[in-house]
Structure formats: structure tokens, C-alpha cells
Design a protein around this ligand. Structure first.
Ligand code: ADP
Length: 255
């Protein structure tokens, strides 16, 4: 196998003296699409922030293939959407900050237009970001991330708070970007609507409990160790469907 794009070796880090993730060993190959699942507080966001270099690693090491460009997309909820800018301005703010010119070049404006069109936001360039729906806000975040032409995108809960249709749209969009060669890592709470559709999952609870294809890791045993709760996994045409243990028992006795 070739050298990984990201090599996470025995990484422990957190806040103050408290470790939020411990002894994490993960390799992310170029072109892969990975979902990180786990309960609230299990360290999903911390792991993304560590990969993005936003928090220091206390022990271990994260190395990246030379020249790798990455973009980190935080949770939509973490941002003040009342900031008075339009969609186009908001996306433009993500361009290289080392430039001296404060205004956008024609090439940059062209890139913004192209990116917004790609993400289905073409008509919204002049709209105030406050006036966007949750799905549109998520796509503006993605547009900002893609403007830097990254090889790796890290997304924190990209479908949280979205309705089913919008969630499908975002999942589909990410699938297309992955097909184009982008390496994607995202966190999600949504085991059935999101995680089960991804090629590769990492089950996290401070440590890595398991990693593999959804069918390999969405098992009652792994879920018990990840979530500390009894869950059942049903088979729906080869696709795992996670339910709580009571629902699983009721469905099994009814069939
Ligand atoms: P998740 O994304 O899985 O919900 P987080 O990575 O956000 O988990 O949090 C992991 C642990 O680190 C939690 O116990 C959380 O309370 C703690 N934590 C997260 N952010 C901070 C912070 N800025 N300062 C102190 N503790 C934090």
C-alpha cells in the first residue's frame, strides 16, 4: 500500500490536563471517505481539530504527505450567521490570506462563481448569509473549504440539524466530490442516514474501538463498546440498520 495521506500514530490530546482522545492510531489513504462515529463527548471533534492542526498533540504524532492542502469545516452551529456578509463575500474570505490585495481578482471571482455553481448555490451569491437555510449554510461552508483546492476535507457533523431531503443532498454532493478524488473525513451522529452509507467507519470512544466497512463495525458488540448502550443491528437488503435493543427485539418477534 502507498504512503498514507495522513498518518496518526499513538496520538493523545485534549484540553488542559484532560485527554479527550487517547492513543489513536489511524492511517487515512488518499481518495478515501471516512466517517467517525461515537457518542457526544467521545472526541470526534477533537480528533478532527488535531488532524487540522488546530489543537496541539500531547503525545504521539500526526504526519501528512508533503504538500497536502486540507480544509476544516466546523459545525454550522459554531458560527455567528448574523455577520453582515453575502454568500459571495463569505466564500471569498476563504481565499489565500497571504495575498496583499484586499479585493478579489477576476480569477478569484470566477473561481467563487464556479464553486457556488458546483454546490447548487449559483443564484445566492448576493444573498445575506443570515437568510440561508441550514442546508444552504452547510454548502456555503463547503464552498469556502473547496476554494482552497484541498486534497483533504474534514467536516464536523455536516448533516446535523438538516431534514432528510437536505441530508441526502449533502451526502450525494460529498459522494460526487469523493468520486472526483477528494479525501473526506467527517463526523456524524447519524448511524443509519449517514454512517451506514459511507465506505469506511471509525468507531470512537476516546480510543478507536473499531474501524472498517459499515457491515464490519456496525455490530451489537462494537456499538456496545462505542456507545455503552445495548443496540441491535438489522439487515435491510445487505445494509445494516441500527436500532435500540427494545425495537430490535420487538421487530424480531413480529417477523
Ligand atoms: P464529540 O465531538 O465526540 O462530541 P469533543 O471532541 O467535542 O467530542 O469533546 C471531547 C471531550 O473534550 C468532551 O469531554 C468535551 O467536554 C471536552 N472538550 C471539548 N472541547 C473542549 C474545550 N474547548 N475545552 C475543554 N474541554 C473540551
Amino acid at each position: 500500500m502507498s504512503e498514507p495521506l495522513v498518518d496518526i500514530s499513538h496520538v493523545t490530546c485534549g484540553y488542559g490536563d484532560t485527554a479527550a482522545i487517547r492513543d489513536i492510531d489511524l492511517q487515512l489513504q488518499a481518495g478515501t471517505f471516512t466517517g467517525i462515529v461515537g457518542p457526544s463527548g467521545s472526541g470526534k471533534t477533537t480528533l478532527l481539530r488535531a488532524i487540522a492542526g488546530r489543537i496541539p498533540v500531547a503525545h504521539g504524532r500526526i504526519s501528512m504527505a508533503p504538500g497536502t492542502r486540507l480544509s476544516y469545516v466546523p459545525q454550522v452551529e459554531s458560527v455567528d450567521w448574523n455577520f453582515p456578509v453575502t454568500v459571495g463575500e463569505c466564500v471569498l474570505m476563504a481565499r489565500e490570506t497571504s495575498r496583499l490585495l484586499p479585493w478579489a481578482t477576476p480569477e478569484e471571482k470566477r473561481q467563487v462563481g464556479q464553486t457556488l455553481e458546483r454546490l447548487g448555490l449559483a443564484g445566492l451569491q448576493g444573498r445575506h448569509i443570515r437568510e440561508l437555510s441550514g442546508g444552504q449554510q452547510q454548502r456555503v461552508f463547503l464552498a469556502r473549504a473547496l476554494l482552497r483546492r484541498p486534497q483533504l476535507v474534514l467536516l464536523d457533523e455536516p448533516t446535523s440539524g438538516l431534514d432528510v431531503k437536505t441530508r441526502h443532498e449533502i451526502l450525494h454532493l460529498l459522494g460526487e466530490l469523493h468520486d472526483d478524488g477528494l479525501t473526506i473525513v467527517l463526523t456524524t451522529h447519524d448511524l443509519n442516514g449517514m454512517a451506514a452509507h459511507l465506505p469506511h467507519l471509525v468507531c470512537l470512544n476516546v480510543h478507536v474501538v473499531a474501524e472498517g466497512a459499515p457491515r464490519e463495525v456496525l455490530t451489537p458488540d462494537v456499538l456496545q463498546h462505542t456507545y455503552g448502550a445495548s443496540m441491535d443491528v438489522l439487515d435491510h437488503g445487505g445494509m445494516p440498520v441500527v436500532v435500540d435493543a427494545y425495537t430490535g427485539a420487538a421487530l424480531r418477534s413480529a417477523s
